[in-house]
Design a binder for this molecule. Structure first.
Ligand SMILES: [Zn+2]
Length: 171
């Protein structure tokens, strides 16, 4: 059972083209996908997903009898999270950006004072330099990135990859 987030590289104004703009979780009972309105709520579900699996009734006014909020298909690019990642500490923002070639996501945190941290080592030095965050440790941060689901990436990109693969063969 996996927690999943999915992203759509939509060209909607104000939304970065390659960032995640929809969060959803699969019900452990009926297997329907439920959208979760905010990243904060999504991260709370993800934080304890193994011990406390998601079911439809945890979403307000929702039951397993309701139609799915969305389907897993290639109308958008889906990326699959790992369960039980730490919830982003208050005041920090965790961002994920999909590379233009759809190969992988990159994770970063923005600190309350606007610094961008791209790795655990940067978090460690930030916490050291900023004693006001002494309640936090590096384990409150995770740079673990979701897996890009290859069957949902746009066909033209998939074709490019297929070509690269076949030309890399023995011919
Ligand atoms: Zn359900």
């Amino acid at each position: 059972m996996k927690v999943k987030a999915q992203k759509t590289p939509m060209k909607r104004s104000g939304v970065p083209r390659n960032s995640i703009n929809v969060w959803s979780v699969q019900c452990g009972n009926c297997l329907k996908w439920r959208t979760i309105p905010t990243q904060e709520e999504y991260e709370e579900i993800r934080r304890k997903f193994v011990e406390d699996p998601f079911v439809c009734s945890k979403k307000s006014n929702t039951s397993c009898n309701d139609p799915a909020d969305m389907e897993y298909d290639n109308s958008r690019v889906w990326v699959v999270d790992k369960p039980n990642l730490p919830k982003t500490p208050p005041g920090f923002h965790r961002g994920l950006v999909l590379r233009k070639d759809f190969s992988k996501l990159d994770c970063y945190y923005i600190t309350p004072n606007g610094r961008k941290l791209r790795a655990g080592t940067e978090v460690a030095s930030f916490l050291k330099e900023n004693p006001e965050y002494k309640d936090l440790t590096t384990s409150d941060f995770s740079f673990s990135v979701p897996k890009v689901m290859l069957d949902t990436i746009p066909r033209d990109v998939a074709n490019v990859e297929a070509k690269v693969e076949s030309s890399g063969g023995s011919k």
